[in-house]
Design a protein around this ligand. Structure first.
Ligand code: NAP
Length: 303
């Protein structure tokens, strides 16, 4: 049976360390979070980020913009925040409504305040191994692997998914740590066979129960990044077992959350496995706090 990688406990540890460092630094990191429209999942994520700021004593500034806000208005807000000395991190919650050019809007954020690490300057710096903001989820995944002493040098890693937010940056970080990395996507042939060669599997496809036992070499480490909503909870339990749907609290609301991995099947073959929820998710938030604090420290050093 796989050992569970407890992201919640690690996030708590990181946050406690951050809190101690924050007290001695005398700084008040500031994070601005911009949410456009009423996407319910985005609203939940934004609230979680703001709550994390409140708990740590960060200055948090939330901006809720209507779904039909113009690019000009959004751009003006970003430029204003770029010049606000109380703000050290600016986060544009994605996805945004279709009429807004995400790439253009992200590139308006000052790279020094781009705590999500999505600005092309930070992406480029990461590619060449320079100091930069590392995107929060990939940074959290690496923290988790380190916490559980997963050796990466010379190991085969397969990343399922090639998004700019998760798949590509995670692959880059694994490469920097000397793993031999394969990135898979929707056009990859013989996916299960490719995956079964991996010592470390990172699943970030956004499809419930996608990774089953046939994808996983016995003893492999499996990190499940996916967060998927399942509406037919009873059917899912019948097909995939109760432990694949850990979020019983959510199930009471009529739906449940699950990852990309068929938990019940894969825990029998993997050596280490992340649960959903309680795996990568809490680390994403902890890394956002870390990036914001790092940014505040840098601004303080340079002012
Ligand atoms: P995304 O932008 O939708 O990317 C999904 C990737 O999976 C794409 O590269 C896609 O391939 C690939 N894919 C989709 N179906 C596939 C299939 N049948 N076979 C092989 N590859 C397939 O998603 P994302 O933003 O990276 O997020 C992935 C998951 O992680 C989602 O469930 C999301 O909710 C979750 N997430 C969690 C956290 C967290 O903090 N826990 C943070 C971010 C995201 P193509 O490129 O070929 O289309």
């Amino acid at each position: 049976m796989a050992v569970l990688m407890d992201g919640k406990a690690l996030a708590r540890k990181i946050t406690d360390e951050l809190r101690n460092e924050l007290v001695s630094s005398g700084l008040r990191p500031g994070l601005a979070v911009i949410l456009v429209g009423e996407n319910p999942a985005s609203a939940v994520y934004v609230r979680m980020k703001e709550k994390a700021c409140e708990k740590l004593g960060f200055f948090s500034s939330g901006f809720r913009l209507p779904h039909d806000v113009s690019e000009d208005e959004l751009a003006k807000l970003i430029l204003r925040l770029n010049n606000d000395p109380d703000i050290h991190g600016i986060l544009l919650q994605l996805p945004m409504p279709g009429h807004l050019d995400e790439k253009r809007m992200l590139s308006l954020i000052l790279p020094e305040k781009d705590v999500d690490g999505f600005h092309p300057v930070n992406v480029g710096r990461m590619m060449v191994g320079d100091e930069c903001f590392v995107p929060c989820t990939p940074r959290g995944i690496m923290k988790l692997l380190d916490e559980y002493d997963v050796q990466l040098k010379g190991k085969r890693a397969v990343v399922l998914g090639r998004s700019n937010i998760v798949g590509k940056p995670t692959a880059m970080l694994l490469l920097q740590r000397h793993a031999t990395v394969t990135i898979c996507h929707s056009r990859t042939k013989n996916l299960a066979d490719v995956c079964r060669e991996a010592d470390v599997v990172i699943a970030a496809v956004g499809r419930p129960y996608f990774v089953d036992k046939s994808f996983v070499k016995p003893g492999a480490v499996v990190v499940d990044v996916g967060v998927n909503r399942v509406d037919d909870v009873e059917k899912a339990i019948e097909l995939f077992g109760e432990s694949s749907l850990k979020a019983t609290k959510v199930a009471e609301k009529g739906y449940a959350l699950c990852g990309d991995v068929n938990f019940e099947a894969v825990e029998k073959v993997a050596s280490l496995l992340t649960p959903v929820p309680g795996g990568v998710g809490p680390l994403t938030i902890a890394m956002l706090m870390q990036n914001t604090f790092d940014s505040a420290k840098r601004f303080a050093r340079e002012s």
